[in-house]
Write a protein that binds this ligand. Structure first.
Ligand code: FAD
Length: 489
């Protein structure tokens, strides 16, 4: 490894996972979790972020010199300080997302970023009687020095939504501090679903909600290796065994988002890895910082997904002969409805960068209204875009003959006429496109994408709260303006 840069190869990343204590459970404890096909596909997504960082074509985009250790590091582990860095971060996530759908690695990077800002605020409010920010810097340095891709566990199981943690019958509905000693804290509880958690070396825990004094044991943030004593990680979701075969898109055969649940059973967290410990007023601040930063990341991956859907819609109309003669045909309008979302969300991303503010910590923070509104818009319109694809493709994606038949001597010539469309497009190519649309819009994986679009980074209600919370002044100015227009003569 060049001394000037700390960039692990994807093999080194995978080797470090394999060297960990197996604590990953599917229907039973997996002795060799990283040989599991679905988990391997998830690892491949993270591996790509390591590969691209070494690839001369993407190196500038994927890496940056760290102000902390002076070395070239992966951009995901950098805390952005300038608008240029924000733009580059968005471009990096967009580029990866066009290949893998969800780049996944942003979640841990966003948590480091949120804690960087939050711990500085917390120490300041404690008049520097606490040293959370120094602890965070030490941890960040460890992450950068070892080119680790951590994940972020924010969402608690939450139990009965109408009750605060202290009123829950099931105490483990929230990750909480069980005991505090001179050396650290012990925590228990459930965080789920956590992207990357099955194939991350480190887990960063951030509170997911605001807490009152009575729930201060849940106001906790920390970092811990994924295989620490007392941690169990569970593979979530059904087997994705329908994504296989020669006509399945590379996306499904190579890459997958495999979610995990993390159970903490009285896990010891050493003091220097604890970044919030009972300061309940700061739970909401940490949660909101993370949420806005993560929604900002969505402003890069969502345009990538909408662009993929735009291209898919263009191709299917071309293959099916439904493109239409005129520019503003019925089909063009449908395609435009999908494409429009990519443009709107990208514009929100650019606005979030333009209006970004440097915080006292030195880290820059994208504008919260544009970040939240962009994610809100992207989520709101996702089902519509899926529905347009389903409409444009007709029945074929969910009604494909078995792929083996296409090359069968006996039946190949019988079934191929089903795929006869535009001249020059082979039955195999048409099959592949329809299979791609099925994966996207009517498979377990496509369902995950749709749920991820709705709930990932928090759902629309949470986004609306953030938009309102950050817009009150402007909105009351709107009211004053109208009063002036209609009442002042
Ligand atoms: C693909 C995917 C990936 C994810 N990755 C991560 C990750 O990496 N890390 C992480 O921490 N989390 C992750 N999440 C979790 C995500 O952040 C949560 O799903 C999201 O915050 C919503 O929480 P929930 O699922 O518990 O739904 P709920 O909070 O139960 O919300 C369900 C509905 O109930 C409503 N509701 C909730 N509480 C109340 C109430 N008190 N009164 C009235 N209505 C209420 C909500 O508005 C919503 O309409 C992921 C989720 C998905 C789908």
């Amino acid at each position: 490894m060049d001394k000037k840069e700390i960039l692990k190869t994807s093999k080194e990343y995978e080797d470090s996972l394999r060297a960990m204590r197996p604590n990953i459970i599917k229907d039973k404890l997996l002795k060799e979790p990283y040989e599991d096909e679905d988990i391997q596909k998830g690892m491949n997504v993270v591996s790509l972020s390591y590969d691209y960082a070494q690839d001369p074509k993407y190196k500038d985009l994927m890496t940056i010199k760290s102000p902390l250790n002076g070395k070239i590091i992966n951009r995901f582990n950098n805390i952005p300080q300038t608008k240029e860095e924000l733009t580059a971060r968005l471009r990096m996530i967009y580029t990866l997302s066009t290949q893998v759908g969800c780049a996944q690695r942003c979640v841990g990077g966003d948590a480091l970023w949120a804690l960087f800002i939050g711990t500085a605020q917390l120490d300041k409010s404690n008049e520097s009687k606490t040293n959370y920010h120094q602890r965070l810097l030490k941890y960040l340095r460890y992450i950068q020095d070892n080119d680790i891709a951590p994940t972020a566990a924010v969402t608690d199981a939450k139990g009965d939504r109408s009750l605060p943690p202290s009123k829950q019958e099931e105490k483990n509905s929230y990750v909480h501090i069980v005991k505090e000693t001179e050396d650290g804290i012990y925590v228990s509880g459930i965080k789920s679903p956590i992207t990357m958690s099955l194939y991350a070396e480190e887990i960063i825990v951030v509170p997911g909600l605001q807490y009152a004094e009575s729930d201060k044991d849940c106001a906790v943030a920390f970092a811990i290796p994924g295989d620490a004593e007392g941690i169990e990680r569970y593979v979530l979701g059904p087997e994705i065994n329908s994504l296989c075969g020669e006509f399945c898109p590379a996306h499904g055969t190579k890459y997958l988002n495999k979610e995990g649940m993390i159970i903490f059973n009285n896990v010891f967290i050493p003091k220097d890895r604890v970044f919030l410990c009972g300061e309940h007023r700061f739970a909401a601040i940490f949660a909101n910082l993370f949420a806005t930063l993560h929604r900002f990341s969505y402003l890069a991956c969502k345009p990538a997904i909408y662009d993929i859907m735009t291209g898919t819609a263009m191709l299917i109309s071309e293959y099916n002969g439904t493109k239409g003669k005129y520019f503003l045909s019925n089909t063009s309008n449908k395609i435009l409805e999908i494409y429009k979302q990519s443009i709107i969300v990208s514009a929100m991303a650019k606005s979030a960068v333009v209006a970004a503010q440097v915080t006292e910590s030195g880290a820059i923070f994208p504008d919260p209204v544009y970040s939240n509104m962009g994610k809100y818009t992207a989520s709101e319109n996702f089902p519509k875009a899926i529905s347009i694809l389903q409409d444009m493709s007709g029945n074929l994606p969910t009604n494909l003959p078995y792929p083996e038949l296409l090359s069968s001597e006996e039946y190949g010539s019988h079934v191929k006429p089903l795929f006869a469309r535009k001249k020059g497009i082979s039955a195999e190519d048409h099959y592949k496109l329809n299979e791609w649309i099925r994966v996207f819009s009517a498979s377990n994986e496509g369902g995950l994408l749709q749920f991820g679009s709705k709930h990932g980074g928090g759902n629309e209600e949470a986004e609306k709260v953030a938009i309102y919370g950050n817009s009150l002044r402007r909105m009351s100015q709107c009211k004053k303006m109208v009063k002036k227009i209609i009442l002042d003569k």
